[in-house]
Design a protein around this ligand. Sequence first.
Ligand code: ASP
Length: 438
Amino acid sequence: MAKVVKFGGSSLADANQFRKVADIIKSDKERRYVVPSAPGKRYSDDIKVTDMLYTCYDEVCQGKNAITAFAPIAERFNGIIADLGLTISLDEEYEIIMENFRKQAGKDYAASRGEYLNGIILANYLGFQFVDAAKGIFFGRNGEFDADLTDATLSAILEGYDCAVIPGFYGARPDGTIKTFSRGGSDFTGSIVAKAIKAELYENWTDVPGFAVADPRIVDNPKFIDVITYRELRELSYMGASVLHQDAIFPVRSAQIPINIKNTNDPAAKGTMIVPEAPEGKNEHIITGIAGKKNFSAICLEKDEMNSEIGFLRRILTLMETEGIAFEHIPTGIDTMNILVNSDDLAGHPNFADRIKEVANPNHIEIEKNLALIAVVGRGMKATKGTATRIFAALSHANINIKMIDQGSSELNIIVGIEEADFEEAIRVIYNMFMLQE
Ligand code: ASP
């Protein structure tokens, strides 16, 4: 049996954090495959090594001396090595990296070196095998992640090692050049590794106690979620809950491997367990979490007898497809329809309303901006009556106008559209309604 443990940047920000990480790993024999991020912030206005690498690479491309530009990064890693009392030297690695920066090896290559170097240090400190992610994680020709090739190759490599460190965040293209996932992508690497070794558990170690029911920047001291299903998490992460990279559930989900979000600074705490299926029994609360996003626009359409006009929506969706505009929700009435889109997607299309008029000839069209969406998510909703009533009551007491309502077909979530200005207050009142009054 084996567990995959991924440690985020703040868990590996300095030697002291490395010691905590090593203690955690050594305290459980099953923690055998380790995925590190690059060193993160040691204090709030510190700079993450990944960001230092992006800056350094830009500077070298603009002609700055590579040794000078790279010095603060080398200093960061050398500091960790010295404080841990290790005898390795990364000087040769630094030489290779600086040479590749001079040759303009690419931003992704540059950013990936944080995880790469940190992985070498951690493997050395733990006495584990270092496995370069470029040897086992692959992208296709168009830059898409190649899940099948990766799974086959990585599982064959890792079978050969009882214990290994695989740096997060990057892999290789078919020509061997480095490509990274999007920011925070080490979470995804952890999930890929967990699938490859058929782990019993993927532990994702971070610096928070788990998933909060609502964003702690909006709700004071929110409760934390003990157990959440993959589907609930997908809804919440899509709507902005950001403890875990939003793609990270996919590899483990297909393999039905649970994820446990844990806090490196409080290892005994349970954290949040992300599971394939809802556990038996009733949840403590009807809702599992609340999350939301700003920056939406509604394209509001009216057309007499819209309901009997075949092809009305298709013509508009075809137009959106050709213009490359994705939609989020389409609540419809009898003669009315709202199409919710991300405002950034609309920004490049100033005459979009005219284009819709041409293809669909509505009686009225209006684009309403500055909307926010809030998703109230919970597997407990299905079995409980009155959830929507309580959401609407909370909003109405706070004098918040609801612009749109959408209940997901899975009965797992209710989404409301409101004005951006009401966003924070809406989250607070919904939280209070469900979490303080049950
Ligand atoms: N170091 C990368 C970042 O800062 C990837 C990660 O930490 O997951 O985004």
